[in-house]
Design a protein. Structure first.
Length: 140
């Protein structure tokens, strides 16, 4: 078994799992905020879709990292460890980003204010995933 090639799939899979969880969390909050708007005869802000989709990017980071790992000549054991840890970093970033985005969707839906502040905090969670991807690529 080629552990290096296995690790390429592992990083992508773990990152995708985290993205799915984060999207679910943020999406549920966005739908709930829209429901409250409809019940109160207020316009439903479409900007909430931004929060719902924010954790999706970690899948792309996992895909990019998968390509770097697959091309690496480093030992398979090293790459497997890198794939697991990097995938977990991307996944945790996505899950946390989903939770932050859920709170942001709730606040934006309720008040109609603060989008710039909310998206900035969501972006900080995104930065963790970017750092994890780039630093892992440098390690390949």
């Amino acid at each position: 078994m080629d552990l290096g090639q296995l690790s390429a799939g592992v990083v992508m899979g773990i990152a995708a799992i985290g993205s799915g969880i984060g999207i679910c969390t943020a999406g549920q909050a966005s739908v709930g905020a829209w429901k409250r708007c409809f019940l109160n005869n207020k316009p439903a802000p479409m900007v909430l879709i931004t929060f719902a989709g924010a954790p999706l990017t970690q899948i792309f980071y996992g895909f990019i990292l998968m390509g770097s790992i697959a091309k690496s000549a480093k030992p398979g054991e090293f790459l497997l460890g890198l794939g697991v840890v990097s995938g977990l970093a991307l996944a945790i970033s996505a899950v946390v980003q989903g939770k932050v985005a859920a709170a942001a969707a709730d606040a934006q839906g309720e008040t109609g204010k603060g989008f710039a502040q909310y998206i900035a905090v969501v972006g900080i969670c995104e930065t963790v995933a970017l750092f994890a991807m780039v630093l892992s690529m440098v390690s390949c």
